[in-house]
Each structure stands twice: as C-alpha cells, then as structure tokens.
Design a protein around this ligand. Structure first.
Ligand SMILES: [Zn+2]
Length: 78
C-alpha cells in the first residue's frame, strides 16, 4: 500500500465495495501515514456534506476530489 493507491481507494472504501484484505491494508496505512489519515477524514466529510446539500448526481467525483485536495492543503499547511 502506498499513498497514491490509498487515496485512489477512498471512494470504494466509502461505498463499502472493497475486499476485507484491502480494507485492512488501507486502515493499516492510514494508521501510520498522517497525510492519508487526514486526507481520508477530509474526503469522507466532504462526501457526507455534499450529499446533504445536493443530490449525489449534482456533485461529480472530480469536484469532490478537487475540494478534498484543497481542504487537505489548508489542513496540512497549518
Ligand atoms: Zn499515505
């Protein structure tokens, strides 16, 4: 597991479509990698919030990823 793969799997992780092995690897990586831990929390929060304010079809995956990247930059640059 590396950071790139980890972030690429967030969407599926939230949709609960990953195998147990991958979920374990992902959790393991996030426990040791602060950046991915923060990234994942931000990502899941962004997805949750965007589902509350708009119907899911209005928010593209691309938008969510851009928003998440922006939020992460802010969090990590503190
Ligand atoms: Zn990482």
């Amino acid at each position: 597991m590396n950071c790139k793969l980890c972030s690429a799997l967030f969407q599926e992780y939230l949709e609960n479509t990953l195998s147990e092995d991958l979920i374990n690897e992902l959790n393991n990586h996030m426990n040791h990698c602060e950046r991915c831990g923060i990234f994942f929390r931000t990502y899941s929060l962004t997805v949750t919030l965007s589902r509350q304010v708009e119907t899911p079809s209005c928010v593209s995956t691309e938008k969510i990823q851009r928003l998440t990247a922006l939020l992460c930059e802010r969090l990590l640059s503190k």
